[in-house]
Design a protein around this ligand. Structure first.
Ligand code: ZN
Length: 318
């Protein structure tokens, strides 16, 4: 099983993490390198000529051209943060290495912040993961299935109407050797041809070969220039068929993760973030050690978002 090799990966140990990101100065240096990989550029006039005042998270870069002052976190998800960067980095580390997800309550305890702070950090970091996840498309052979958060999988036939149940598309690309490559978990407005057509255009490369069960809406992937191979499962459950082995494995892992981390939460509002965080980690599972540095870069480069917007009801994307 390909998954076992991954489960025995060591990831990044706490001493390793502390060696790389244990001090405010190290974290500040990492944020600076992520935001300006070829050296500081003024966000207003693009001049490289500047001087630095202060230190750590409070470091300010003043442009010698236009006198504009900018901080390390301005224009990112960490904008206006009162927390030390070491606290953000610790949260990033814990979220990235948590094999079965991490609740906000666990984050609060381990990072040593209040529950609302832990919750907000987790939402923001998940958002950075989601932004990154949306930048790539699946290609080659893809297994696809319909699923719900907040309820048993129903095949889209029954149990609709519960406001806490969120429909989402699970898709996994498989390489020529039949091994799983990348996963996409996307909230949809429902299992309709319109929603699946929009989803396919945004998430699949033209020419992708899509295997699904007989649910009618999946035929809409042909509108995104993909080939559709429906399998009529009859009396069998899709989970018993090799065509759906990996999408079923991913859904099984997701279920375990959510049961461990988010069991007491309502999925409706934040489903997209839970799915994004899971997919982000899954898609980088071959490099759990590098995942920390990767997520630091993604958080440092992500756009700012107000707390109000984080709490606003998320709409289905497709
Ligand atoms: Zn300037």
């Amino acid at each position: 099983m390909a998954f076992n090799r991954i489960q025995f990966q060591p990831g990044m140990s706490i001493p390793e993490f502390l060696r790389s990101f244990g001090t405010e100065a190290q974290c500040a240096e990492a944020v600076k390198a992520a935001r300006w990989p070829s050296g500081f550029r003024c966000p207003r006039c693009s001049s490289a000529d500047h001087y630095v005042v202060g230190h750590g998270a409070r470091k300010l870069f003043q442009c010698n051209g236009c006198r504009h002052q900018t901080s390390l976190t301005a224009g990112s998800l960490m904008e206006h943060t009162k927390l030390p960067l070491t606290t953000w980095f610790l949260a990033i580390y814990l979220i990235s290495q948590a094999k079965t997800g991490l609740s906000s309550l666990a984050l609060k305890r381990q990072v040593g912040v209040s529950y609302p702070t832990a919750w907000l950090m987790q939402q923001k970091i998940s958002r950075a993961m989601g932004q990154q996840e949306r930048t790539h498309r699946l290609s080659g052979e893809v297994q696809i299935d319909d699923a719900y958060l907040g309820g048993e999988r129903t095949g889209g036939k029954s149990g609709r109407g519960s406001e806490n149940k969120v429909p989402f598309v699970a898709a996994v690309s498989v390489n020529e050797a039949g091994h799983p490559m990348y996963a996409k978990l996307s909230v949809v407005s429902g299992f309709t041809s319109l929603a699946l057509g929009k989803w396919a255009k945004a998430n699949l490369t033209p020419g992708t070969v899509v295997s699904s069960d007989g649910l009618g809406c999946f035929a809409a992937v042909t509108g995104a220039e993909c080939l559709h191979l429906p399998t009529v499962v009859g009396a069998l459950k899709p989970r018993d068929l090799p065509e759906f082995k990996w999408v079923n494995t991913v859904l099984g892992n997701l279920k375990t993760t959510l049961a461990g981390a988010y069991h007491s939460l309502k999925y409706g509002k934040y489903a997209e973030h839970y799915l994004a965080a899971f997919a982000y980690r899954f898609n980088r599972r071959f490099d759990l050690c590098g995942l920390v540095a990767r997520l630091v870069v993604d958080v440092a480069r992500s756009k700012p978002i107000a707390e109000k917007a984080v709490r606003a009801h998320a709409e289905a994307r497709y």
